[in-house]
Design a protein around this ligand. Structure first.
Ligand SMILES: N=CN[C@@H](CCC(=O)O)C(=O)O
Ligand SMILES: [Zn+2]
Length: 411
């Protein structure tokens, strides 16, 4: 099947195959072709160019994209899409003045979601999660990472990871799976958190690896959750099983999680709402992608990741949703890119780079996703008739997407 799009107002993020991520000042550039055509062959990008040089192409179907912009689908490298129930009652508590921390201390928060997850049958968790996945695909997400971490028992963590596996099998977009058993300390282990770390490292992790249920390892490295020492221990153990780290660090406090991540060659360090100079220094020259989650900052009214400080240090940055029931009940990457412009002072070019090629890097997908490149998977967004790509983040809350293609098929 050959699908041809013609008269595209602008084809964005046109890259050579060797570009795996973009950093610092490179992120100001968004290579594009104005008045372009794009040829899709089955599930791959076959060719593209300017309408001034449109060759004779025998397409099975041609779409006139006059006035529309085409760009790669969003690569959302940090989500918790698999969960059960919701936490809207805590939302009301926060409106009435309680903090995220106070709610967690009262047994709400992650432990609340863990209780619900443990009590919900696997097929029901799948049903609720697949609905969210379908929703975000329609919003332009064409590659996604999903974490466990609302199980917090061997049985429930494996249940979550099996649901992620099933989503991967049943949907066309790439789904990367991350084991986040060290997300919070269960009530029963409150007085002996080391025993919970032992359970995660000695019992659950080997099973996760044996059943090949995860691509990556994660831990919530934060005061009141897991220490840098726990982080080092877990990441070392996970390395033995070939699981690379993608970790939660610096959400509320800078306690050394970034350094621990970089020392373990983490694929990404995520959140980074609080960043000191040492955190920036340690990231320089590393392979680790910093990932910002601005819709979490919006929802919790916490600081935004200091993007300018990161980019001005010539570091790369990716943007992701953090879709989860507690801190970010939204998987909308369009909102994420708007917030990154409005609140983090990133330019439209920078946010599109951060949400496509750099997001793909943070899931080890840059060889196949994240840009309009010959041979990459045909995952792309066709916008409505809009004046420019700047209109996408500018018109926040407006749905500017007309259609989304994953593996060459409309979703
Ligand atoms: N910070 C840790 N984990 C999630 C929130 C978990 C929750 O509140 O359910 C996050 O990334 O924001
Ligand atoms: Zn998260």
């Amino acid at each position: 099947m050959r699908l041809l799009l013609t008269n595209i107002r602008e084809l964005l993020q046109v890259r050579e195959q060797n570009i795996r991520k973009v950093s610092g000042s490179e992120m100001k550039e968004l290579p594009s072709i104005k008045n372009a055509w794009l040829l899709i062959e089955d599930d791959k990008i076959a060719d593209f160019g300017s309408m001034d040089n449109l060759p004779e192409l025998n397409a099975d179907k041609t779409i006139d994209a006059t006035g529309k912009i085409v760009l790669p689908t969003w690569c959302d490298s940090h989500t918790h899409i698999v969960y059960a129930g919701n936490r809207e009652l805590e939302f009301a508590d926060r409106i009435n003045g309680l903090s995220y921390e106070e709610i967690a201390n009262r047994g709400g928060g992650i432990l609340n979601s863990a209780k619900t997850l443990q009590e919900t049958p696997e097929d029901e968790v799948y049903k609720q999660s697949s609905k969210r996945l379908e929703e975000v695909m329609k919003l332009g997400t064409g590659a996604v990472e999903i974490k466990s971490g609302y199980g917090l028992t061997e049985e429930a963590e494996l249940k979550m990871l099996r649901v992620i596996k099933k989503l991967r099998e049943n949907y066309d977009l790439p789904v990367k799976s991350t084991f986040l058993g060290a997300h919070a300390i269960p009530k029963e282990y409150k007085n002996d958190p080391d025993a919970y770390m032992d359970l995660v490292i000695k019992n659950i992790l080997p099973k996760v690896a044996e059943e090949k249920l995860a691509d990556y390892i994660d831990i919530f490295c934060e005061k009141g959750y897991f220490s840098v020492e726990d982080t080092n221990k877990l990441l070392s153990a996970a390395k033995e099983f070939g699981l690379k780290p993608k970790i939660h660090v610096n959400q509320f406090n800078a306690i050394g999680g970034v350094k621990a991540g970089v020392e373990h060659d983490a694929l990404s360090v995520d959140h980074l709402e609080v960043m000191n100079d040492e955190d920036i220094e340690v990231l320089k020259g590393s392979n680790t992608m910093p990932v910002a989650l601005p819709s979490c900052s919006l929802f919790l009214s916490i600081p935004y990741t200091p993007a300018r400080k990161i980019l001005d240090a010539e570091l790369p940055l990716a943007l992701a949703t953090d879709f989860n029931p507690g801190s970010t009940p939204s998987g909308n990457m369009n909102l994420v890119v708007s917030l990154a412009c409005i609140k983090m002072k990133m330019t439209p070019e920078e946010v599109i780079n951060a949400a496509t090629i750099n997001g793909a890097y943070a899931m080890e997908l840059s060889d196949t996703h994240g840009s309009i490149t010959k041979g990459k998977m045909a995952n792309f967004i066709v916008t409505k008739d809009i004046p420019s790509y700047t209109f996408l983040p500018y018109a926040f809350g407006t749905n500017s997407i007309e259609s989304v293609y994953i593996n060459g098929k409309i979703v």
